[in-house]
Ligand binder design. Structure first.
Ligand code: ADP
Ligand code: MG
Length: 322
């Protein structure tokens, strides 16, 4: 059985590329670049709440880093450093190695140095803190949306929710699409390049972790405005349509969590630029509606022309959801 220090030495001490002092001392030393603001965010993943207890270790490592890095993307920040605090029921060397490899692979992919953390025994619990940089005053906040702005979403939201429902045995996702759904659930791709490209373009932004409508609600609240979402514009991915259940498809897209796509607002003058950006990044960007004056209300415009007021109902850990 490995000791805490064996695990740290063997699996958690990785080479760093832009850090003065990484793992091994009482604290890490890092230097922010002149003119930059430090951007900091923490996200925790708890067994049974955020992932199934039998989740594959490497994917879990990837996801622990990815959900944190996604918060940097959502601020239009460049992710730079990350720490990992974890509690483990036992020091299973193979599991820890796989987990650490997944975590490190995600960090490497997005230019993030893994600079420290803490390792204790306890129920499986994974908590990372990510540090990023943004030029002073250029972060994109939730509070900047203005009536008349377009509302955009990246990628194909809804896939992760379908993947989870499939794993839970609640639905059967067609084999042709299963892989895409499980990949979305297990290996979310933080939209870092998109976030950086949206500096000076997006007026408000966040990453969708708890469901599109619920998270849109956070922008509306902080920007003191409302939204009109058009059913006809929603990017129902082929997989959702192929599932043959229209209601399920919409539900997954509007309220499913865990996609880590970016939801953002931008002036309508930016439409052409955003279409070009979508092409350049090879990432779908879909305009799904517009910001309205009426505070904190989301209207859904159906294909038959009727509108319905919807309550944002993303996942809430103390109230539930979905
Ligand atoms: P201290 O007792 O001073 O808090 P620790 O013994 O907890 O120090 O940690 C020793 C070193 O190992 C520190 O540099 C710490 O950041 C690093 N470390 C511990 N756990 C992890 C981890 N899960 N990932 C990365 N580094 C870790
Ligand atoms: Mg410690």
């Amino acid at each position: 059985m490995s000791s805490e220090f064996d695990l740290i030495r063997r699996h958690f001490s990785r080479a760093v590329r832009h850090t003065d002092l990484g793992v091994g001392d009482d604290a890490a030393l890092l230097r922010t670049r002149p003119g930059m603001q430090l951007v900091v965010s923490t996200d925790m993943l708890v067994s049974g709440t955020h992932f199934l207890p039998d989740a594959e270790a490497q994917a879990l490592g990837w996801k622990t880093a990815a959900v944190n890095i996604s918060d940097m993307a959502a601020m239009a920040a460049e992710p730079r450093w990350i720490t990992l605090a974890l509690s483990l029921p036992s020091a299973n060397d193979k599991w820890v190695e796989d987990f650490a490899d997944g975590f490190a692979a995600c960090c490497m992919c997005f230019g993030v140095d893994w600079i420290g953390g803490d390792t204790t025994r306890g129920p499986l619990n994974l908590c990372a803190t990510v540090f990023g940089e943004v030029p002073q005053g250029h972060a994109v906040l939730r509070s900047g949306a203005k009536a008349g702005d377009d509302i955009w979403i990246s990628g194909a939201p809804g896939l992760a929710a379908l993947g989870l429902q499939h794993l839970l045995g609640e639905i059967v996702v067609d084999e042709a699409w299963r892989e895409a759904c499980l990949l979305a659930l297990h290996r979310p791709q933080p939209r870092v390049a998109l976030g950086l490209a949206l500096r000076g373009v997006a007026t408000a932004m966040l990453d969708v972790s708890d469901g599109l409508l619920g998270d849109l609600g956070h922008i509306l609240e902080q920007s003191n405005c409302g939204a009109l979402i058009e059913d006809a514009l929603l990017p129902l991915a082929p997989v959702l349509v192929a599932s043959g259940d229209g209601a399920l498809a919409r539900q997954a897209l509007l309220n499913g969590g865990d996609d880590y796509e970016l939801l953002f607002c931008a002036a309508s003058a930016q439409r052409d630029a955003l279409r070009d950006l979508s092409e350049q990044l090879q990432l779908p960007l879909t305009r799904i509606g517009a910001i309205t004056e009426q505070s904190n209300v989301i209207f859904l415009l159906a294909q038959d022309g009727t509108t319905e007021a919807v309550r944002p109902q993303g996942y809430d850990h103390f109230r539930g959801g979905l």
